[in-house]
Structure formats: structure tokens, C-alpha cells
Design a protein around this ligand. Sequence first.
Ligand SMILES: CC(=O)[C@@H](O)[C@H](O)COP(=O)(O)O
Ligand SMILES: NCC(=O)COP(=O)(O)O
Length: 237
Amino acid sequence: MTKLSVNINKVATIRNARGGNVPNVCQVALDCEKFGAEGITVHPRPDERHIRYADVWDLKPLLKTEFNIEGYPSPDFIKLVKSVKPHQVTLVPDPPEAITSSAGWDTITHLEFLKEVVADFQSVGIRVSIFIDTDLKNIEFAAKTGTDRVELYTEPYATDYPKDREKAIAPFVAAAKLAKGLGLGLNAGHDLSLENLAYMHKFIPWIDEVSIGHALIADALYFGLEDTIKRYKKQLE
Ligand SMILES: CC(=O)[C@@H](O)[C@H](O)COP(=O)(O)O
Ligand SMILES: NCC(=O)COP(=O)(O)O
């Protein structure tokens, strides 16, 4: 079964536009869970332009499903995550000024660093996932870090899907098979949507978890949050 983790960054973006507490990020997270989400994902960035470190603290005692925190493992991020102790941390190689995540790790160059960080989080019982693209060597080296899972960076799939979906999915199936063969759990995310999610799930049904934010929150403007979450879950049946 593939779990749906809703990324609520964009909810915080709307809230921050006015400086108050509308919409209430914690309430939205709880409603996502009530409507069927099996996890909540946040990506606190160094400039706190959407999710703030304080939100992460506020969310932790409230959530009943799986909490996934994504980010670059800077000293501040590591301290936050190790104190909050979510179920999962997803390591993303974004520089501080990144507008959004746009690449997976070069696990060959950063092998020693990743090994240390992975072990550090695991030592306090936090499952680790490494954000990665479909390069097979990078996946082999991800396994050498000791990580529990990898998260496939799905933006290239989403971009190519409307042009040629068979071609778009092929490198992801190869990467997913390799990850499985190496004993790694598998997550996927970035630009997944109602348009492209079912097709990915059909070819890679062993994905453990998808994290979806941008398209899902945009869809909620039209369908409402409850109906939208149900529609996404239907794609994963
Ligand atoms: C790692 C990843 O793919 C997500 O964190 C995504 O980048 C969302 O982050 P933003 O909401 O800041 O674009
Ligand atoms: N890990 C990917 C994620 O959390 C959400 O990405 P997106 O759906 O906002 O592109």
C-alpha cells in the first residue's frame, strides 16, 4: 500500500502572506488526517518563507499519522529534527536560497557526510530517506549511506508525462527496481498530481509513500480539501 503524505508548505505560504493565523496550518494538517491522509510532510526552509520551525514544534504533539520533515541537514535543521523526533526525515540537497527542490543528492561526492547524518538521525530512532534522482550510481551509493529509504525526485517524470508517459516512467521504474533490489524503502515526490499519479503507481506499486503538496493544495481550491484528498487516494488504489 502506498501512503499519501500531504505536504502543507503551501498552506503556510498563504498564512504568511498576511502575518496572522489564517489558514491555521495545524488545523489544516489535522483535517488532512481526518480526510484520509496517512501522513503530513513539511519542509522548513532556512528563510521560513512557508513552514516555520515553530510550526514543526506545534504540529508534532497534534499529529496522529506519520510526520515527515524534509530539508537540508544544516546544524539548525539537525538540531530541530532530533529534538522534535518525527517518524521520518527526508534529506534534501537544496542550497539555502533554493526556490524549490530541483535535484537529488550526488551520493557519491557526499557519501561520508550522508553516512554521518543518516547514522545520527537513526541513533535517535528517526527513519531516514534520501532525496534522489534516477541515476543508478547515485542509488547504489545511497544504499551505502545506511539510509532506510530513498525518495525519487519526480519532477522530470511530471514534466515529461504529457509528452510521452511511457518514456517518462521508464527511468523511474529502473530506479525503483534497483532500490528494491538493494533493500531500500521507496518514497516519491515533487510535482505529482491527479494527472500523473495513477500511472506512476501502476508501474511502481511498491512505493511506500508519496508526498504531495503543490498540486494537491491547488486542486483543493476547486474540489475542497476533503474531496481532493479522496481523489488522490483513489489514484493509489
Ligand atoms: C523535497 C521536495 O520535493 C519538496 O520539499 C518540495 O520541494 C516542496 O518544497 P517547496 O514547497 O518549498 O517547493
Ligand atoms: N517531497 C515532495 C513533497 O513533499 C511535495 O512536493 P510538491 O508536491 O509540492 O511538488
